[in-house]
Design a protein around this ligand. Sequence first.
Ligand code: GDP
Length: 199
Amino acid sequence: NPLARAKYLLAAHNPRQLPPDGGFEVAFAGRSNAGKSTALNAICNQNALARVSKTPGRTQQLVFFDIPPTTDRYLVDLPGYGYAKVPKDLQAHWQAFIQQYFETRQALRGLVVVMDIRHPLKDYDLQMLGYAVRRGLPAHALLTKADKLSRNQQMQSLAAVRKELSSQFADSVSLQVFSGESKLGVDDARAVIGGWLEM
Ligand code: GDP
């Protein structure tokens, strides 16, 4: 698993702080508390790559992880969204930065959207998926915390989300059940991300 070598590179608060736009990267998006940090840690087989349960709203930055020995492959942790207490003007700043990143970043090869399997497809999830799909980028949805549901309930949710995604985005978005806790689906997620990074 090459992603096990991922390590923190930098945090960008504005476009000037982004690393060179010459390689391959995969961005991770998700509502605060959806389980994005736990998913990143599980996929990279590390305990503390992305910090779990940081104060939401305070991590307003794009966090880049590089993957040695390459110098041009990155995982990008986008700020958790949907946290109401972020001031409006800061929210607008973030909205603009993220949108610009999605529209202009050449290295971006795919988007992973992490959603709590019990609360999928909220407005911001659809907005992020829309940014990616409008640019012709593939997206992959992780329905995480699947360990909280029975196998039957997991399959019901998967089917419902699949139906909604294909009606909105045709076949641009793939999806799977996932659990950062039980590691369900981790290998499948790694395969998708590794494919996008061509590694
Ligand atoms: P983030 O804000 O999206 O980065 O979410 P975190 O990864 O910090 O997780 C939020 C909370 O959900 C934490 O208490 C995690 O322990 C819990 N959590 C995350 N993933 C899972 C999972 O797959 N299963 C269960 N049961 N809990 C999870």
